[in-house]
Design a protein around this ligand. Structure first.
Ligand code: BGC
Length: 718
């Protein structure tokens, strides 16, 4: 396709149409009146809608083809539409939420789930997914922490990379383009409240928050979405420094930049643009290409060009990027691309995808506590399955795309199919609702617990309580759930608490009396099967926390890679009486469970790390070795983590930063030597000179099974 020639033939109206994205519903309207309503909300006419270059949101191949036909017929040059959708953790088959996937510390698994999601989406007519979300998130009050990879930069970069590789592959038949979001620093929203402001130093932004987006552009992600938030007062959709200077200039990104939903118009609400024309000019001059679900540029481009506020060349360049993506996806040759109603039936929810979803949910679960309760014996005669999440498909997760709770294996169904001979009593007992305080169901549940050989208590937060717009000011379980947990664990010590949720929760009140606690997150379509596998020892929980679990909500934001304080508490795990140190008088400083933490069903012992040399030259590498031994009596897999501390720099440096991780599978009594390579590149940061570089001097390498449980060896960069 000669895109430049095509652009030369297009009217300005057609060109700016390519930069407008509307919802699929616009084109599925049966009557003109149905279209007039939504169109008038954007101040456009129903006819204008047919100029839209891309569509967001639709259901399946048939709708895609219908929309494609309708729009192409009316578009003067019959240019195909680009179809985008939020395929966040699966399409029909839903995998665990991204935060849970990050807990697997398994890049290959993350890539595989993304590739399978891409395949289902591709045959269903999706060309681009609004994923991965790579916003570093350290405040669990923010509901969108479920969509990302958690608090850490290295893990965040690797998960970003894996997701982009999985979706895009070699951009073949079953691949789709990825759109990394939300640029930038959306996860640092003040007070953990969605759509709120962000403010931070340039150094912190570059050092921490920008890096996963950069990892995605390095992996050749085709699109990027700007975020809703302001940074230092400037809405990101209109942030030239970020989009033009950093993204395009420094990182060389030549893909398509899209705004978030209605974000051009929201610049007016932020008080950073006076009207549509002003918003469109600012966003275009910042470097934006497509505006999602608003038409400010479409409506004001001509005037803006005539007034000299933007140039037609800027529009042409943006249109070029959009059409180039359509061409790369093959839409000019076949506007339906891989959309295919029969392939859709065959591939969506197929066995292979369900099996991977089950495997993933097993690998993402994090065992937080276990006093010998788990795994349960498979020979149990009677299981009591108690709590609001015992028998519901509403554990599939928020942002589940076209995945349905009805296609989801519940915990009850999972246990029944694993243990066909056991009697399974299911008693929801209390509601999941945070406000519910009806505890009249508890006595019945206690009776069932007393009769059972094993009790599974399914608690947590409902999927509707996390995700976009669902910030929380408290992170505890509801009062009814807490009372239930107290009563059930007292009635039967052989109780495992299974927690569902989209964020780290405050489990401090139930921790002391719970014999076992397993975080299942929102585990997707096969959540119940995976949960049964884990509880009864068919699989081992392998997940390690990608976000710290707070002791209390007041610790937010909490993360392990803090700068050292000059007045540390003597012991961060207890409330200290020492004054004039960096403490809380009513809570410990440490989280309840630290980053990287998680148990399995066996035990591991770590040797102290050794280094191949104690002095590292800048063009050289050193090898770190650590021996891990399975000291228990079951096979198991641990995630060996490597952290580094720069002891003295031109600036204060974090107490530790994750640099690498490797999973190691060991049989009982087996030992393996795990090695890592460290180079000068791993030691770089934005120094006092504002340069990304390393500084000579002493460093500490720390290895261990989590960010708290580590052993140290020193070396010097010379
Ligand atoms: C969200 C984006 C999403 C978009 C389209 C917005 O509200 O912030 O993450 O991709 O809607 O659904």
């Amino acid at each position: 396709m000669d895109i430049k020639k095509l652009i030369g033939e297009m009217s300005l109206k057609e060109k700016v149409g390519q930069l407008m994205q509307l919802h699929g519903n616009f084109f599925l309207a049966q009557t003109a009146a149905e279209l007039t309503g939504p169109a008038s909300r954007l101040n456009i006419s129903p006819d204008d809608a047919y100029y839209a270059g891309s569509v967001l949101g639709f259901n399946g191949a048939e709708e895609m083809m219908q929309i494609q036909d309708t729009v192409m017929k009316k578009q003067p040059h019959h240019i195909p539409v680009l179809f985008m959708y939020d395929v966040i953790h699966g399409y029909k088959t839903v995998y665990p939420i991204p935060l849970a996937i990050a807990c697997s510390f398994d890049d290959a698994l993350a890539e595989k789930c993304a590739a399978m999601a891409a395949k289902e989406a591709a045959v269903s007519g999706v060309n681009v997914t609004f994923s991965p979300m790579v916003d570093i998130a350290r405040d669990a009050r923010w509901g969108r922490v479920m969509e990302g990879a958690g608090e850490d930069v290295t893990l965040g970069c690797r998960m970003a990379n894996a997701a982009v590789r999985g979706y895009q592959g070699d951009m073949g038949k079953y691949n789709i383009a990825a759109c990394v979001k939300h640029f930038a620093a959306y996860g640092a929203t003040e007070d953990g409240r969605d759509y709120n402001s962000v403010d931070m130093s340039e150094r912190t932004m570059r050092q921490t928050y920008l890096r996963p987006y950069h990892a995605a552009t390095d992996a050749k992600v085709r699109m990027l979405m700007t975020s809703f938030n302001t940074i230092a007062g400037l809405p990101c959709a209109g942030n030239k420094r970020l989009v033009t200077d950093v993204l395009r200039g420094e990182w060389g990104f030549d893909g398509v930049v899209i705004s978030d939903y209605n974000a051009y118009r929201e610049m007016i609400r932020h008080g950073a643009a006076s009207d549509y024309a002003d918003a469109a000019a600012k966003a275009t001059n910042a470097g934006g290409d497509i505006e999602m679900m608003s038409a400010t540029l479409y409506l004001s481009a001509e005037k803006l060009i005539n007034d000299g506020r933007i140039t037609e060349k800027q529009i042409d360049d943006a249109v070029y990027r959009v059409l180039k993506l359509k061409d790369e996806l093959g839409l000019f040759d076949n506007p339906y691309r891989t959309a295919d109603t029969s392939a859709e039936k065959e591939i969506n929810l197929c066995r292979a995808h369900r099996d991977t979803a089950r495997d993933a949910a097993r690998k993402c679960a994090v065992l937080l506590k276990n006093n010998g309760v788990l795994p349960f014996s498979k020979n149990v005669g009677r299981v009591a399955l108690i709590g609001p999440f015992a028998d519901t498909g509403e554990i599939i997760g928020s942002w589940a795309c076209h995945g349905s709770p009805n296609d989801t294996v519940t915990v009850a169904a999972g246990i029944r199919s694993l243990l066909p001979d056991a009697a399974v009593d299911v008693i929801p007992a209390v509601s999941w609702d945070i406000y519910a305080d009806d505890i009249t169901g508890i006595p019945n549940a206690v009776k069932a617990a007393k009769k059972a050989d094993a009790v599974v208590l399914c608690l947590g937060e409902h999927q509707s309580m996390s995700g976009e717009g669902n910030s929380r000011a408290t992170l505890t379980l509801s009062r009814a759930q807490t009372e239930l947990a107290r009563a059930i664990t007292a009635a039967n010590r052989n109780t495992a608490v299974v927690v569902f949720g989209g964020r780290p929760l405050e489990l401090t009140s139930i921790e002391p009396f719970s014999g076992a606690i397993m975080m299942m997150w929102q585990p997707g379509t096969e959540g119940g099967s995976a949960c049964a596998d884990l509880l009864f020892g068919n699989a081992e929980p392998e997940g390690r926390l990608a976000m710290s679990f707070p002791w209390c909500v007041g610790q937010m934001p909490i993360y392990y890679s803090k700068l050292p304080t000059a007045r540390p508490v003597p012991n961060s795990k207890i409330i200290t009486e020492n004054t004039y140190c960096s403490r809380y008088i009513d809570a410990p400083v440490a989280p309840l469970y630290p980053f990287g933490y998680g148990l399995g069903y066996t035990t591991f012992e770590y040797s102290a790390p050794t280094v191949s040399k104690t002095q590292l030259k800048s063009n050289d590498a050193l090898t770190v070795s650590v021996t891990v031994t399975n000291t228990g009596n079951r096979p198991g897999t641990d995630t060996v983590q490597l952290y580094i501390r720069d002891k003295t720099g031109s600036l204060s440096r974090p107490v530790k930063e994750l640099k690498d991780y490797k999973k190691v599978a060991l049989s009982p009594n087996e030992s393996k030597n795990v090695t890592f390579t460290v180079t000068e590149n791993d030691l770089r940061y934005y120094t006092a000179r504002d340069v990304y570089e390393s500084e000579k001097g002493e460093f500490e390498i720390m290895t261990g099974p989590d960010s708290d449980n580590i052993q140290t060896v020193a070396f010097e960069l010379i």
